[in-house]
Design a protein. Structure first.
Length: 447
């Protein structure tokens, strides 16, 4: 359609960077709320006398919420809009994080962490879908990786809050600070537009045309003279076939191989990420480091995520999504193996930083890759289901690590497991993943 062609022709300008920054801050707050619990867990374990399986349950319950949230928010975003669901999910997880500060028992914290996870899981696929549908084809991958890089900033914020706040003011204050992003909803309401592709898919051409004109104006492009009028827009809407959004379409022959490949990819990368980083401060403590020292080391490893994102953002448009993803996952597997061999503090710090570099770089590519593989009508629900399958891995991983620790399994066994998982995922992507670099969304969705 003409609106899509006009949108695709707009060069990168202030609008695109502003959208990236605004949604990126929401992404950062998401990561901050996720990260805070990892740093609070060692403190709660001492105060409440939690067992290692109980600590694993706290990590896993949030992932259960994320799985359910990803599925529901993805479907609702395809039905009611990306912007509405972006705001709703941010508000939910921020308020729920604040409620964690008044948790009075292990069971109450589980309830609140489920609600946090529900909001977090819902926001991620919605946010990445929104940015994907605005980013120009030749820079779409880089934009999404840069969006994902805000996750590293969020974990850095969580590490700083935990390092500076928890020892002085207690764990309650850390959760209260995690509730502040709720105020950001008002800014999103005024600054973030609805997806043009979503509006077109729903037949709202007038609203879509106004947004395209606004972006064209910011880019210095002269828009067509005539505005779409309500009468012609209504006529065109009646001519559009009614699109029924269905999960079953993800498993139709046109998308089955992509869907299964994405589900394996998401399961493996979420399993490795949450298994490693939810437990990392506690694993450092169990390996003989003090709580403060473990926070310092994890803070350094978290900083290493940022250049990992930048490297992925460069390579994703140079060598492609597939090659970048496979190489980063394979490199992360190697680093996880040597991290597990451990030994001295210096060795752990070096391999841990490299592991963080490659793991989060791969995450950026995953978020870029996933929404590209589905057409507009099922893009959010397809991304949501992939994320939900991934959260199943995230639910299992913290619990598996907790059980392994309870059985006296050491660093070597735990990180050998993560090494094998990441190598397996890299192989699946190498065999079955299509390349999408430089292609327009409509070209990719046609296969």
């Amino acid at each position: 359609m003409d609106l899509i062609n006009r949108l695709e022709r707009i060069p990168v300008n202030k609008f695109h960077y502003q959208l990236l920054f605004v949604t990126g801050l929401g992404w950062m707050f998401d990561a901050m709320d996720t990260g805070i619990i990892a740093f609070v867990l060692p403190t709660l374990a001492k105060i409440w006398g939690l067992s290692t399986p109980q600590m694993g349950y706290i990590g896993s319950i949030g992932l259960v919420g994320m799985a359910i949230g990803a599925v529901l928010a993805g479907e609702l975003a395809d039905r009611f809009g990306r912007k509405k669901m972006f705001m709703a999910t941010l508000l939910l997880y921020s308020v729920a994080t604040g409620l964690c500060s008044i948790a009075w028992s292990f069971e109450s914290l589980l309830v609140f962490r489920f609600l946090v996870g529900f909001g977090l899981g819902g926001q991620l696929p919605v946010a990445v879908t929104l940015v994907t549908e605005f980013a120009p084809a030749h820079l779409r991958g880089r934009f999404i990786v840069l969006l994902e890089s805000f996750w590293g900033l969020g974990w850095l914020a969580a590490a700083l809050i935990s390092y500076l706040v928890i020892p002085r003011f207690g764990w309650h204050v850390a959760f209260i600070l995690g509730a502040l992003p709720a105020l950001y909803v008002f800014y999103i309401f005024h600054m973030v537009p609805e997806s043009v592709r979503y509006l077109i898919n729903k037949g709202d051409f007038v609203a879509a045309d106004k947004i395209v004109r606004r972006i064209e104006k910011q880019a210095g492009i002269i828009s067509p003279d005539s505005l779409l009028d309500a009468e012609s827009a209504c006529l065109e809407q009646t001519l559009l076939p009614k699109v029924k959004i269905s999960f079953r379409e993800l498993l139709q022959p046109a998308f089955l191989k992509r869907t299964l490949m994405l589900w394996c990819l998401w399961f493996g990368i979420v399993y490795s990420y949450y298994g490693i980083f939810t437990w990392l401060p506690s694993l450092m403590v169990s390996n003989g480091f003090t709580e403060i020292k473990s926070f310092e080391y994890v803070l350094i490893m978290t900083i290493a995520q940022l250049p990992g994102y930048l490297a992925a953002a460069y390579f994703v448009e140079r060598i492609g999504r597939k090659a970048t993803l496979v190489s980063f996952l394979g490199s992360c597997a190697v680093c996880a193996y040597f991290f597990g061999q451990g030994g001295t503090a210096g060795v752990i710090l070096i391999w841990g930083s490299l592991m963080s570099f490659f793991n989060l770089g791969a995450w950026g590519v995953v978020y870029s890759y996933t929404p590209e593989l589905y057409p507009t009508r099922i893009r959010a629900i397809g991304s949501g289901w992939a994320a939900a399958i991934g959260r199943v891995g995230g639910v299992l991983a913290p619990t598996v690590v907790g059980i392994m620790l309870a059985r006296q399994s050491g660093f070597e066994d735990i990180f050998l497991m993560f090494t094998l998982v990441m190598l397996g995922v890299a192989g699946i992507v190498a065999l079955f993943g299509p390349e999408t670099k430089g292609l327009k969304l409509d070209e990719i969705s046609k296969g």
